[in-house]
Design a binder for this molecule. Structure first.
Ligand SMILES: NC(=O)c1ccc[n+]([C@@H]2O[C@H](COP(=O)([O-])OP(=O)(O)OC[C@H]3O[C@@H](n4cnc5c(N)ncnc54)[C@H](O)[C@@H]3O)[C@@H](O)[C@H]2O)c1
Length: 484
């Protein structure tokens, strides 16, 4: 944890009460504000006050919950000015904010992005872009109107194994891609976690096909350098939720995990000091319960989903997501005209809660290694050309979270995307293309029919245009102009 930082010193000179002229010019340091100081914001906060403090400065919070803002004040060792969401524009003006980092619940993204752009700030946005077509239109319109930047932080692109698969495809080793088979398994701890708080409400997260799969759909769009055109989906809530619990005669359960002992489906916030500080101790201010029972009422998202996606250049994606698997990881097969690439990843081979029923929440961010047995933690990328033996393509190992990928992402975000042959930096159009698949999948699940993406108004043309390819586009300077 950063204890003292350049941010602490510099922000102390610009309290909320100082509404005068802009602070002395430090042109190289962009003034950032964090919008939504919850779990995810920490990575950005640490990067701004730590590794990238020479180019970035943290100047304010836009966060409705005072306990969470206070938590991050303590973390950075400074008291930053705090603003409520309805004062976003006021914050941008008073604190001379150049760029906001938005890490709020998904349903709030469209409004906050549009308002921040209109108020004169650029945006760094957590996935998903938004949860519906209206949100895409709102963001597209605001980008077109203001010409400002929206950087999408698709961190999965930066995982060395995912970058390696793109490298293989771009190299032409497997020829032109004809189809992709992609299975993602979330386990009964990490997968279950989407059924405890706002994600469980489709009107807040868009369901897992938007909230979670936007990572995966973005990966496929980027791996293929192609644009989705048609989507068919099927799925349902078949494991979590009160109806399923009743059907399996599970009996009465506590409404929340904190205080429940010995139940691996319960999350006891007291077991993790960070979770306790960010949520349990913050409940009194907004009633946000982080640990609701995954077998309780009110869940409106799916836990088993299958999606077929057609791509503009002719490939088909067959995708599935399961949120109650006994192990966590994913398998991707990419078929091409010259061969096949197969990526297999085990992030947690088995869930083994401790005596109190607790386990690491997200094994992709914090490894929870199970090395023994036939499903060891690990990753393997096999490439096999026609008429040849398979060979293992090397996956570079970095240090830090997500195999070192997060550090590269943060360098792109705060130091500017460099000339990257893999084109990992993503802009809002990549966000639209990824969210579009999940949004159309939701429509398809509701209607039982396939959805042509050309029939949905996302406010921007999804197809690549000259100089703005799905994979080659850089975040810097990207706008919606000329794309309508
Ligand atoms: N890329 C990844 O791997 C990854 C991982 C986790 C979360 N995320 C994304 O980050 C975002 C935040 O997720 P989280 O887990 O941190 O959620 P969270 O609930 O822990 O934090 C959200 C914060 O936003 C605040 N908030 C709510 N409405 C707001 C508003 N209108 N304006 C300002 N603040 C508001 C809440 O009080 C809370 O502090 C989501 O979009 C999620 O999809 C991405």
């Amino acid at each position: 944890m950063p204890s003292s930082s350049p941010a602490s010193a510099s922000t102390a000179h610009h309290p909320a009460a100082d509404l005068g002229s802009p602070p002395p010019a430090t042109p190289a340091r962009r003034r950032h504000a964090v919008v939504g100081a919850g779990h995810r914001s920490q990575m950005y906060i640490d990067a701004i006050v730590g590794e990238h403090a020479d180019l970035a400065e943290l100047v304010a919070w836009c966060e409705p919950n005072p306990a969470r803002a206070a938590y991050y004040d303590t973390r950075i060792g400074a008291e930053l000015p705090r603003y409520q969401p309805d004062a976003l524009e006021q914050m941008i003006a008073e604190q001379h904010v150049d760029r906001v980092v938005i890490a709020t619940p998904d349903h709030t993204h469209a409004e906050l992005v549009a308002r921040a752009l209109d108020a004169g700030a650029d945006v760094v946005l957590e996935k998903p872009l938004t949860i519906d077509a209206a949100g895409c239109r709102r963001i597209s319109d605001a980008v077109a109107r203001t010409g400002r930047d929206v950087v999408m932080t698709f961190n999965y692109r930066y995982s060395p194994r995912n970058s390696a698969l793109r490298e293989v495809i771009v190299s032409g080793a497997i020829g032109d891609v004809t189809s992709v088979h992609f299975e993602w398994a979330l386990d009964t701890v990490h997968g279950a976690d989407y059924f405890r708080r706002w994600h469980r409400d489709k009107s807040k997260s868009g369901g897992l096909l938007v909230h979670k799969s936007s990572h995966h759909f973005d990966l496929v769009n980027w791996w293929l350098g192609d644009v989705p055109t048609r989507v068919f989906a099927s799925g349902g809530l078949r494991f979590y939720g009160d109806d399923n619990a009743r059907a399996r005669s599970m009996g009465p359960r506590p409404a929340r995990g904190t205080g429940a002992t010995g139940d691996p489906f319960s999350l006891d916030l007291r077991a993790d000091p960070r979770l306790a500080a960010l949520y349990l101790d913050a409940e009194e201010h907004d009633g946000y319960l982080r640990d609701q029972d995954v077998f309780g009422p009110g869940i409106t998202i799916e836990d088993n989903m299958a999606v077929l996606v057609d791509y503009a250049r002719g490939a088909t994606l067959a995708y599935s997501l399961n949120a109650h698997s006994p192990w966590e990881g994913y398998r991707v097969t990419v078929n091409g005209t010259a061969g096949r690439a197969e990526l297999e990843v085990v992030e947690r081979g088995a869930v083994q809660p401790d005596a109190e029923g607790n386990a690491v929440l997200d094994p992709s961010a914090t490894p929870d290694v199970v090395e023994e047995g036939p499903r060891p933690h690990g990753e393997r990328l096999l490439v096999q050309r026609h008429w040849s033996r398979a060979h293992e393509h090397p996956i570079p190992r970095g240090t830090g979270s997500h195999g070192g990928g997060d550090a590269i992402l943060l360098a792109d975000v705060f130091r500017g995307a460099q000339d990257d042959p893999l084109g990992r930096a993503a802009g809002y159009l990549d966000g639209v293309r990824a969210a579009a698949v999940g949004i159309a999948a939701n429509q398809s699940m509701a209607s039982g029919l396939p959805v042509l993406l050309a029939d949905v108004d996302f406010g921007v043309e999804l197809h690549a245009t000259a100089g703005q390819t799905a994979a080659g586009q850089t975040a810097a300077g990207q706008t919606a102009r000329g794309l309508r």
